[in-house]
Design a protein around this ligand. Structure first.
Ligand code: PSU
Ligand code: MN
Length: 304
């Protein structure tokens, strides 16, 4: 079944896509539920500027007034960054937000759907959702993984958030047939930390290589997306051993507080922010900026 969700694409993005010029999709849950104000808004603006500087058009995605908006103005970014009634939208929530005219920020899963509908092939984010620790009892596995298996968009990230069960996340990606590419590294990164201690199945060292991969996947009719995982910068990373202590404590507190469902990831990110005295946020911002640059380079290489 072909999706016909209502789509409002900004002129600049529509023109770029029609002329086959590079476009990079950007998510908004990171803005509404992933970072505190005002750093979230500053980051959203900075990320768009980085994409532009690298020669591509940014397409930040959210739901407003009963339609998916591909490309947002500054007022919309500010609304997502400050309003309390913004929904966190995954695949399951998109029709509801549209039908009920809610303001919704898109997760990786929902952004992939919207990007694909608009004809955008490359998407930059921080870290994908994955298999949560304790999933053997909670069954908490992010819909991001299933979306990666079905929607043909390349997601440039810094791996899976280290608060997840990274080995299980990699296993599920393999089961679902999602290509996992580490960029400039043998190891799969762990968001704040450059390495998860686990090897990634595939590796590329330049944007041209990743573009070749995407072109081949498209030409051969492979369904589904791909994960391009780039380690954070050396300056901004927080080593794994250090993060593990913080994560263990945050997870323990979340369990005691009885946090479940959609609230888990935002709750943990906020707790970790406080436990690291804001250092996790600066690290997060650095990796998102880094990923935006690489995504733009890949989009440029795809057009070349
Ligand atoms: N990466 C970040 N911060 C975030 C997220 C990712 O740096 O807030 C968001 C993404 O939108 C991702 C979502 O899709 O968290 C995963 O949520 P869940 O675990 O509930 O599926
Ligand atoms: Mn979940």
């Amino acid at each position: 079944m072909k999706l016909v969700l209502p789509l409002r694409v900004r002129d600049e993005i529509r023109d770029a896509l029609a002329a086959k010029r590079p476009v990079v999709a950007l998510e908004t849950t990171i803005l509404s539920h992933g970072m505190p104000y005002p750093r979230n808004l500053e980051t959203a603006r900075a990320v768009e500027a980085i994409v532009r500087d690298a020669g591509a058009v940014p397409a930040t995605i959210a739901v407003f007034d009963g339609a998916i908006s591909v490309g947002l103005d500054d007022e919309q970014l500010a609304r997502l960054a400050t309003a309390r009634d913004v929904m966190k939208l995954s695949r399951a929530d998109l029709p509801y937000a549209i039908a009920e005219r809610r303001v919704g920020a898109t997760t990786v899963a929902a952004t992939m759907i919207c990007a694909h509908l608009a004809g955008i092939e490359v998407f930059a984010t921080g870290g994908i959702g994955g298999v949560h620790r304790g999933a053997e009892t909670s069954f908490d596995v992010s819909a991001d993984l299933h979306e990666l298996a079905r929607t043909p968009v390349a997601v440039v990230c810094a791996g899976a958030k280290a608060l997840l069960d990274v080995p299980k996340t990699l296993e599920v990606l393999e089961t679902l047939g999602v290509p996992v590419i580490a960029y400039g590294s043998d190891d799969f990164p762990a968001f704040w930390s450059r390495s998860s201690g686990l090897r990634a199945p595939l590796r590329y060292d330049d944007a041209a290589g990743v573009a070749r991969f995407i072109r081949t996947a498209r030409a051969t009719g492979m369904t589904g997306g791909a994960l391009v995982a780039q380690p954070n910068t050396y300056e901004a990373e927080i080593p794994r051993a250090e993060m593990e202590t913080v994560i263990a404590r945050a997870l323990d507190e979340a369990a005691r507080e009885g946090v479940t469902g959609k609230a888990v990831t935002p709750w943990l990110l906020d707790r970790i922010y406080h436990l690291t005295a804001g250092r996790s946020l600066e690290s997060n911002i650095a990796l998102v900026c880094n990923n935006a640059r690489l995504a733009a380079e890949i989009a440029v290489a795809l057009g070349a």
